[in-house]
Design a protein around this ligand. Structure first.
Ligand SMILES: [Zn+2]
Length: 313
């Protein structure tokens, strides 16, 4: 039936957003409170967000947007639960089938709610809005805070035995990665998957160092590694996956466009990469949109995008 084959080929030659949304995919780099479907949160607060615009100051711009745009939302009663609900709705809408999503280890004090309520909100939203998603709950540790503060936050979540992964994020230059060695050793003993942000703005060497010092299973971003063939070879040899967020890197002006994004260089050097959202609420793109943009920019073929999708699954 040549007609049918032709139809399939035509559809594959010009994939659209609906095709990508239908394909099973992972999102392994997702900060839950910033991962929500924008329309859900805008409806809840009765007000639209201003679009995010970077002034070229990286994480500072992101934190400024969060303070200016999100603070009024987070002052509303029930906002923590709504943010988590919106994140699961966004993931389902995007066709995500495997989700590693973090909540901040200090949220209990930020929102002035017991840790159990945060765990309860995650369980409830997962079961209610996206029960088919394989969900790996993750605790995020902001690198700008002291180890003592982070450990006391961590302590409040330990009894629930719920989280399966950790991440270190925020300003990657805030303090040396060595300061978190003991935290990661402890997490590893608990059987948690160990991830950290490195090389979002930092160098290739900083990516390798983070992996070595914290004994990471995967790196969030890690795109700085593209500057060094030897670090890329080392990452490939050690099967360290980079969970990359192209839209975030472009919106934060780390790289100019999809065409010039280092993900292609990393891929060509054998580094395992995935495509992820980072903060869908802020940057406004799901995994599917980014697959489409990478394809339309001529960065990856459909076959290559299948390899990348399977890396995460
Ligand atoms: Zn991130």
């Amino acid at each position: 039936m040549p007609g049918n084959i032709k139809n399939i080929v035509t559809a594959m030659d010009r994939p659209d957003i609906h095709l990508f949304r239908k394909l099973p995919k992972s999102d392994l780099h997702n900060h839950g409170m910033l991962g929500g479907k924008r329309s859900v949160i805008e409806k809840f607060q009765g007000k639209k967000f201003a679009p995010f615009k970077s002034e070229g100051q990286g994480i500072t711009d992101l934190n400024n947007w969060i303070v200016n745009e999100l603070r009024p939302f987070f002052q509303l009663p029930g906002s923590m639960e709504k943010a988590i609900e919106a994140a699961f709705i966004q993931a389902r809408f995007d066709g995500v089938t495997r989700l590693e999503m973090s909540v901040d280890v200090l949220f209990s004090s930020v929102f002035n709610v017991p840790a159990g309520r945060i765990v309860g909100a995650l369980k409830h939203a997962h079961e209610t809005f996206a029960p088919d998603i394989d969900f790996i709950p993750e605790l995020g540790f902001p690198r700008s805070k002291s180890l003592r503060t982070l450990l006391s936050g961590f302590d409040q979540f330990l009894d629930f035995n719920y989280f399966r992964s950790i991440d270190l994020y925020d300003d990657e230059f805030a303090q040396p990665v060595e300061n978190f060695r003991e935290l990661y050793r402890f997490a590893r003993k608990l059987g948690l998957k160990c991830k950290a942000h490195a090389g979002e703005f930092g160098t290739a060497e900083s990516v390798k160092k983070a992996v070595e010092v914290l004994e990471l299973d995967a790196v969030q971003h890690g795109i700085g590694a593209a500057e060094s063939p030897s670090v890329m070879k080392w990452l490939a040899d050690n099967k360290i996956m980079l969970n990359i967020c192209p839209e975030s890197n472009i919106k934060l002006k780390r790289t100019r466009s999809y065409k010039t994004h280092p993900i292609r260089i990393l891929y060509d050097h054998g580094v395992k990469v995935t495509v992820n959202t980072d903060d869908a609420l802020v940057f406004g793109a799901g995994v599917s949109e980014q697959f489409l943009k990478l394809f339309n920019a001529g960065v990856f073929t459909l076959d290559e995008l299948t390899v990348i999708r399977n890396n995460g699954l």
